[in-house]
Design a protein around this ligand. Structure first.
Ligand SMILES: [Zn+2]
Length: 131
């Protein structure tokens, strides 16, 4: 459902001349809608199943957070998922750097719009859950 609002945000971003942020925002928005849904607090949710075989990384999260509890809080819910996934990605990043991979400098320019893109659909999800 949150995906239906993405064209509206793209149009607003375009009208506000935030063109360089549109791609990272959109990528983040898609990720926030499809992969980082608040419903990751349910082990068998659609969002969890979209992770494929990697869905096992969300099983501890589903054990820690009851459905529509803290995971559905507008501020702390996304924060818990960002920190949880960030811990996994940090571990992967350290491994990749040790293997000699260098991250492109544009990665950091993408960070803020991508994080905003991740956050907005989760807020919409929480709002729509309450309607
Ligand atoms: Zn929900």
């Amino acid at each position: 459902m949150e995906l239906a609002f993405l064209p509206v945000f793209i149009l607003v971003g375009y009208l506000l001349r935030l063109k360089t942020a549109l791609l990272p925002f959109s990528v983040g928005y898609l990720g926030g809608s499809l992969l980082l849904s608040p419903d990751l607090d349910l082990r068998g949710s659609r969002a969890a199943r979209r992770w494929g075989c990697l869905r096992v990384i969300w099983w501890p999260y589903a054990l820690l957070f009851r459905h529509r509890g803290l995971s559905h809080h507008p501020l702390f819910g996304p924060l818990t998922r960002f920190l949880y996934l960030g811990a996994w990605l940090a571990g992967l990043g350290v491994l990749l750097v040790r293997l000699g991979l260098q991250f492109p400098p544009t990665l950091w320019a993408w960070l803020i719009p991508a994080l905003v893109g991740l956050w907005v659909p989760q807020l919409l999800h929480i709002l729509l859950d309450r309607l």
